[in-house]
Design a protein around this ligand. Structure first.
Ligand code: TPP
Ligand code: SF4
Length: 251
């Protein structure tokens, strides 16, 4: 019998604490597969965030250094500058990267820091109970927008990837989703390109991943996967936003 799947070497044998249907666990596995395939386990240093993935170091078998909420890009900058041969990545939610850490993220991208950001957009603050995030869609109900996000009161969702792409230091930015087998395959390629961008020393790389949060969206896992397609991708279109023309495209 042909073996088609096994646990990546860099994914620890620990049961995930994530809710059924959550995108975090899928993204963890994809990162580990890429780290294995690119032989980066001994060089990779991850920066997990506060948020639902706060315990990412329980799962990824690479060196990890926790950061305060929003400070991932700043911590990654310091580590990368101290250890230029390390492959340094942040793992951040949308409340983290696009709200509390807006300044750190923009300036790290602008400086062209040779780091990789894995940006989980689940349209809410997940861990703290589903408050509005910068990425919350208009009319989306959250615990802090119980009647739906109102344009006049809360503004529109921030497309932080498109904003970052305007900065000269940003080398590669792509938006993907983990809501179907085909999209999961594309997400893995994007994560690989983002790591390769760093290996090639090209500048700041970011993969935005539309990621279901069935618990706070109050949906079944299946409904949440469908909501990503029907609603999220209308506001956050999938695809390469910047870069991706060099060896980082190699599969
Ligand atoms: C400076 C600071 N402010 C607020 C918090 C509380 N806090 C912890 S996790 C979290 C929300 C996380 O949401 P997000 O970053 O979108 O990640 P998710 O849980 O959705 O994966 C907040 C507000 C904190 N830890 N530190
Ligand atoms: S609350 Fe949402 S983001 Fe957090 S583990 Fe559950 S499904 Fe995932």
């Amino acid at each position: 019998m042909r073996k088609v799947y096994s646990r990546p070497r860099s994914l620890k044998k620990a049961a995930f604490h994530y809710c059924p249907g959550c995108g975090h666990s899928i993204v963890h596995r994809l990162i580990c597969e890429v780290i294995d395939e690119m032989h980066l386990q001994d060089r990779a240093i991850g920066i997990p965030p506060p948020g639902c993935s706060v315990f990412a170091y329980h799962y990824l078998d690479v060196d990890m250094a926790e950061s305060a909420h929003g400070r991932g890009a700043a911590v990654a900058t310091g580590i990368k500058r101290a250890y230029p041969d390390a492959i340094v990545f942040t793992y951040q939610g949308d409340g983290d990267l696009a709200a509390i850490g807006t300044a750190e993220t923009i300036h790290a991208a602008n400086r062209g820091e040779r780091i990789t950001a894995i940006f989980i957009n689940n349209a809410v603050y997940g861990m703290t109970g589903g408050q509005m995030a910068p990425t919350t869609l208009l009319d989306q109900k959250t615990t802090t927008t119980p009647y739906g996000r109102d344009l006049g009161l809360e503004g529109s969702p921030i497309r932080i990837s498109e904003m970052l792409a305007l900065l000269d230091g940003a080398a590669y930015i792509e938006r993907v989703a983990v809501n179907s087998p085909a999209n999961i395959r594309k997400a893995k390629k994007a994560i690989r390109r983002a790591f390769q961008t760093q290996v090639d020393g090209l500048g700041f790389a970011l993969v935005e991943i539309l990621s279901p949060c069935p618990t706070n969206w109050k949906m079944t896992p299946l409904e949440s996967w469908q909501w990503v397609d029907k609603e999220m991708t209308r506001v956050f279109p999938l695809g390469v936003i910047k870069g991706g023309t060099g060896s980082e495209h190699a599969d």
